[in-house]
Structure formats: C-alpha cells, structure tokens
Ligand binder design. Sequence first.
Ligand SMILES: NC(=O)c1ccc[n+]([C@@H]2O[C@H](COP(=O)([O-])OP(=O)(O)OC[C@H]3O[C@@H](n4cnc5c(N)ncnc54)[C@H](O)[C@@H]3O)[C@@H](O)[C@H]2O)c1
Length: 350
Amino acid sequence: MIRVGILGSGFIADSYADSLLDVRNAVLTANYSRNPSRAAEFAERWSSGASFDSMEALCASPEVDLVVIALPNEAHVQAARIAAAVGKGIICTKPLARTAAEAQQIVDLAREAGVWHGYAESSVFSPNIQKAYEMVQAGGIGDLLTMRAREAHSGPHAAHFWDADTAGGGALLDMGCHTVESARHFFGKDNHVTEVFAYGATMVHGDKTTGEDTAVAMLKFEGGQLAVIESSWVEKGGMQLRHELVGSAGRLVTDTSVTPVWGFIENPVGYLVEKSDADTGWVYPVPEETRAYGFSQQMRHFVDSFAAGTQPSETFDDGLVVNTILDACYRAMASRTWEPVVYPNAVFPS
Ligand SMILES: NC(=O)c1ccc[n+]([C@@H]2O[C@H](COP(=O)([O-])OP(=O)(O)OC[C@H]3O[C@@H](n4cnc5c(N)ncnc54)[C@H](O)[C@@H]3O)[C@@H](O)[C@H]2O)c1
C-alpha cells in the first residue's frame, strides 16, 4: 500500500483526495495546511489520518511514501525542495513552476535527490482525450495535422491566481499549460515545438489582475504540424475543455465538459460543476468530475508507476518542457513576433 501525503487543502487537494479513493493500492495518510484548523477539517473530510501545519513534518513523516504538491504555483519549488530533501517520491500539480528557470530547479532537485517524480497534468488522463489519443494512434484520422484546443472558465476562485507577479502569469500559464501538454501528447513528445506565436489581453478583469485573462497561442512542431490553443478567464457558464484534431483522413472532437445531465431548475441544489456561474436556470452539471477530468486515472497511473519504480508518462521533465514553451509564448506576446523555443540542455541533452 502506497501512503500518500498531500500538501495543501484547497480545490485541487480535494480533487486529489477524492481521486485517491479510486486507487486501490494507495491510502491518504497525511495532509498539510498552513492553517491547523483547515488541516484538521481536511483530515476529517477525507479520513486522511494525520494533519500537519508544517510541510517539513509531513514530508518527514514515516507514514508518507509519496508527497503530492497541491499548493499555489509560487510554493512549488519550496515544497519540492522539502520533499526531495527527505527522499520522498513527488507528484506536483500543474503548472510545474512559474518559469522554465524555476521548473529547472525542481527537475534538478528531484534528479539530485534521485527521487521518483510525476507531473500532474490531468488533461491527458481524461477519458475522452485518452479515447481520442487511441484513435489517433490507431491511424483513424491518418496523419495528424492540426489541433485546436480551448480551456476556459470565467476566472479563478482564489486570490493567488489573480496576482500575476506571484502566480507567474495569467490565463495562458494557468490554463494553457494543459493544452500545451495535450498538444505534445498528440503530436509526439519527440516532435519538438520549435516556434510559437501568442497574443494576450486583459479584456474583463483589469480590476483584479495585471495578467492576461484571454490568450491565443500557436505552436509549430518540428514535423510541420500546428496547434492553436486558447486560454480564457472570461468565458461564463462553467468549465470548457475542448479539442479538435484534424488529420489527413478525418477529424476528432473531444469535449471534457459535455454532460449527459442538463435541465432547467428554479431552485438552487448546491454544487453543480466547476465555476458554473449560475445555480438556477439552464444548468449543465458534470457527473463524476474527478473521473471526467482524469484525476483518478492520473493518480492510479502515478501510484502504479511509483509502486513499480517505473517512470510515469508525465514527469517533471514534461513540466519543464511545458514551462519552456509557455515562456516562449510570453516572449512572443511581448515582442509580437514568432519566437523560437529554446530548450535547456537538461531536457534534451545533445
Ligand atoms: N487540473 C488541475 O490539475 C488543477 C486544477 C486546479 C488547480 N491546479 C493547481 O493547483 C495549485 C493550487 O490551486 P488550488 O485551486 O488548489 O488553489 P486553492 O487556493 O484552492 O488552494 C491552495 C491551498 O494552498 C494553501 N496555500 C496558499 N498559499 C500557500 C503558501 N504560500 N504556502 C503554503 N500553502 C499555501 C492554501 O491555504 C490552500 O490550502 C495551483 O498550482 C493550480 O495551478 C491544478
């Protein structure tokens, strides 16, 4: 049984705790929050055993084999350093870091400590992306040529996302990290993104953030393929996560947030769907979000890989590549020209 400790007690920590209920060879044994009463509440909510208000104490606990970083972007390096120092396996939520330089630090910490690491990019584990991936791999749409993807909602739920300086960016970093990785997933990780172009603007939330709340980026792959990714914090009406894949012999569409349950309600019924924006009227709740978004499948894969001592399909090196591509997108936003993606030697040794 793999014993898991979660750092954080917010939105994604809850999703990870829920996903662990679907992993039969893992048990949540510990959680950390800066606030002891929130840590205790989390422990009670998920029956997670010990609660800590110190990251060091959770990571050092003999009851924890695998540490999950479910903290704001600005805390990822510190958390990785603490977990690596005591030789624990580490899963880190997306984005791995705020910049490629910071992601490189996290990769180096894990590598130097020789610890197992997984990059928790949930999108590629979601069942609809998995199905589309299998169909593309089986040649159903011939040679994959272009991908258009959109991840959007009406804006983050917590203050740390809105502070672009501490978070490291706006909607492009927060949402674009998903679609950049799904593009790499579909077009092949050895097929490098060589050049990017991006545009970003603060269209609605200028009172809350200096970061972009709307962004479009184009990624050109070495093999000639193109991905267009849209990231938005201004789209009302619930989470949107869509992909359109065009190949020489067909096309595929995925919609992670499409639901078999919808209707018109006059009275609120409680939680419906992530960032639904409305609790009455026409509503579109997504059943089993933890599974629909791929959190359970992701955690199962990570725990199995960790238990077997094998490398998972998403590692910190993938997180570093994503940060590297996003850094180039931010440069393109500023320069208003196509920018080359410059990969650190550590990712693709020459
Ligand atoms: N699909 C996904 O994989 C997904 C979805 C949502 C969020 N995330 C990522 O998860 C991370 C956290 O986001 P969230 O939505 O859970 O945020 P949240 O605000 O809901 O929760 C953050 C938690 O971290 C704690 N915290 C805040 N600042 C801290 C600090 N400096 N040191 C220690 N603890 C601190 C908070 O008290 C809270 O428990 C972000 O990196 C975000 O990008 C991933």
